[in-house]
Design a protein around this ligand. Structure first.
Ligand SMILES: Cc1cc2nc3c(=O)[nH]c(=O)nc-3n(C[C@H](O)[C@H](O)[C@H](O)COP(=O)(O)OP(=O)(O)OC[C@H]3O[C@@H](n4cnc5c(N)ncnc54)[C@H](O)[C@@H]3O)c2cc1C
Length: 601
């Protein structure tokens, strides 16, 4: 992997931040972008401004051919081969740069989704699992845009429960061809794709991936779906009726297709998070500029406290999501440092590296998509009646955003995955959650320590993060003790635990970023970062306490519950900052910068 990341960070195990202290210098932040990364961002931004945004109306009018034309134009910049090895014509970019680019494309949801469908889940199966002949045949064409690609897993009767797919693949008696039968549903890019990464069952139950070309006999697509948003993207069924797929187009191994499907989704989730961060900034930017122009009661609406509060809160959420995004991407880059597809076992190492951070990828998917919906919703509100009109941009943003909570694993499925993966790693002894929970129990049953308040910068927030980690351990420990192996059936409790884990990651990522910046600049310069962090903490600390209480009341009752709630009180002593004053400062900075005030690209 060619890496443009100059700032090195400590390699840590996925999820280990939940039980270990992390130092500010150990995380990567957007303030660490290299000149090369900024240059890539500029290239993508110029392409969007000059080529894509002016054609927004055509995309909204469902002119899907415009999308195809733009994708092919983008190939000229190399941006269809971001994750493809250089020897096949790609750029093999580091993950941080990949996320910066995904952010840039988010102004046009239709285009971003089509680009992601092609360069991500439509290409990664070949990049990671293809043999040399398959890579040579397909990857150069994918990079050049000569062939566009799609990923076909979902079926009409199963999306979340993807392994229940019923598309069948049977080998012909001469062993040369597989006959595929079945229907795939909601396939992004289906209307123009030349290639479909298609999942089918061989021998009745062995999930297997095939590279299906549009031109193979028996392959066709249905009509365009009538969607709520991302109008310029193509979404159709893929119909396979005795589709004849040459045996050499089987990808990876028979019966290992689920690994391909899920590993590719991990990376897809992180990229979706990046697009969501970018989209949130665009929506906020429109809202900020509108709030300066629109007057009511004799002044610009951006001067009103409740509008400033929306700007400040939205900004704090974006700050947290952005901090998590680049922290995660850099952790993947760090574990993959020096590894390329050409290294011995390179592809396997890359896959394992990405899998290591599956928890963080799921967190980014959920937090990113929910930050985007929140930002778009508040942007519509700031526009008032005009926000509800198709003549103004935020109406489209609002509709385009909504799909992100549904695809790449719904947010419910990802919420279940987050504690599920953590607990599985704990049970396997890969993550020292159990010893940490035992240590915590000693602390809870002992006398509370009466440490003096520290005068360090953001000392309260540091303590809040440490306490929040203990709350997660306490609640997860109590849930495991009560439900043991039946905990998987307690979805609401797992959901509360997931929400707390996500807020811990968000709080810690914001805090470490701010502390890292403050260590190398004046407190005055770091003021805006501190405000954003403290506004997020004020909300998150209250949320974490609420989630913990809701979970504990579903786990225990009577004296046990009272004891657990008393223990919880020891860890919920955070005193929030004055968010009104901090919010005014954030809003002022945003109004002065005419948009997202921390443009680091
Ligand atoms: C515009 C668009 C583009 C898409 N692009 C692609 C693509 O390119 N390729 C592809 O393969 N697929 C694609 N999809 C499909 C998408 O991934 C699925 O829609 C998604 O995975 C959800 O599956 P479903 O629609 O069958 O909903 P279901 O699985 O039926 O879920 C319905 C609801 O039940 C919840 N639910 C389901 N199971 C559980 C559970 N165990 N616990 C708790 N709640 C649960 C879900 O979270 C959801 O809220 C696309 C979909 C859309 C709308």
């Amino acid at each position: 992997m060619s890496t443009a990341t100059e700032t090195k960070v400590k390699t840590i195990k996925g999820g280990s931040w939940l039980i270990e202290d992390v130092a500010p210098q150990d995380v990567f932040t957007p303030e660490d972008f290299s000149d090369e990364q900024k240059l890539m961002a500029q290239t993508a931004e110029e392409f969007m401004d000059q080529e894509v945004v002016p054609r927004s109306k055509e995309l909204e009018e469902k002119k899907i051919e415009t999308n195809v034309e733009l994708l092919r134009k983008m190939a000229g910049l190399g941006l269809l081969g971001m994750d493809i090895p250089e020897k096949f014509g790609g750029l093999e970019l580091d993950k941080v740069t990949g996320m910066i680019l995904a952010e840039m494309l988010a102004h046009e949801g239709s285009f971003a989704v089509s680009h992601g469908g092609h360069t991500g889940i439509g290409s990664w199966p070949i990049v990671f699992y293809g043999n040399e002949a398959q890579k040579q045949k397909y990857l150069p064409k994918i990079c050049s845009g000569e062939w566009l690609s799609a990923y076909a897993l979902t079926e009409p009767h199963c999306g979340s429960d993807a392994l229940a797919l019923t598309t069948r693949a049977e080998l012909s008696p001469d062993g040369k061809t597989y006959l595929l039968n079945g229907t795939k549903m909601w396939i992004t890019n289906a209307g123009f794709a030349d290639l479909f990464m298609t999942f089918a069952k061989v021998g009745g139950d062995k999930i297997t991936c095939f590279i299906v070309e549009k031109g193979f006999p028996g392959v066709s697509t249905g009509a365009e779906e009538h969607k709520m948003g991302i109008m310029g993207s193509s979404t159709r069924t893929l119909i396979l009726e005795d589709a004849r797929v040459p045996a050499e187009n089987l990808l990876g191994e028979i019966g290992k297709g689920h690994k391909i499907a899920f590993n590719c989704l991990n990376m897809g989730r992180l990229k979706l998070g990046a697009g969501a961060v970018g989209g949130s900034k665009y929506a906020l930017g429109y809202a900020i500029r509108y709030s300066k122009e629109r007057t009511a009661f004799g002044k610009a609406i951006g001067e009103f406290g409740l509008i400033q509060q929306k700007i400040a809160r939205t900004s704090a959420h974006i700050y947290a999501a952005e901090s998590m995004l680049y922290r995660t991407a850099a952790m993947i880059d760090s574990i993959l440092e020096g590894v390329t597809h050409d290294s011995p076992d390179g592809t396997q190492l890359i896959l394992r590296g990405i899998e290591e951070y599956a928890i963080e990828c799921s967190i980014m998917k959920v937090m990113g998509s929910e930050t985007l919906d929140y930002s778009c919703d508040e942007a519509v509100q700031i526009y008032g009646g005009y926000g509800y009109s198709k003549d103004y941009p935020v109406e489209r943003f609002y509709r385009d955003a909504r799909i992100n909570r549904i695809f790449e694993g719904t947010n419910e499925i990802n919420r279940l995955l987050i504690p599920g993966l953590l607990l599985r790693r704990a049970m396997k002894g890969e993550l020292a959650l159990i010893p940490a929970a035992k240590k915590l129990l000693d602390e809870i049953t002992g006398f509370p320590s009466l440490k003096e308040e520290s005068a360090e910068l953001l000392a309260q927030e540091k303590k809040c993060v440490a306490d929040a980690k203990k709350i997660v351990l306490m609640v997860a420990g109590a849930a495991m003790q009560k439900f043991t192996d039946k905990l998987v059936d307690q979805q609401e409790i797992l959901g509360h635990i997931a929400d707390m884990i996500m807020d811990v990651y968000a709080c810690e990522s914001s805090l470490l970023r701010t502390l890292k910046l403050a260590a190398s600049s004046s407190e005055e310069k770091a003021r805006l970062h501190m405000d954003l962090t403290q506004i997020y903490f004020a909300e998150a600390a209250a949320r974490i306490e609420g989630e913990a209480k809701a979970a504990l009341t579903a786990i225990a009752e009577g004296d046990l519950l009272r004891t657990q709630l008393a223990a919880l009180k020891r860890f919920t002593k955070y005193i929030p900052t004055n968010t009104v004053v901090a919010g005014h400062r954030v809003a002022r900075a945003s109004l002065e910068s005419n948009g997202w005030p921390l443009n680091t690209h």
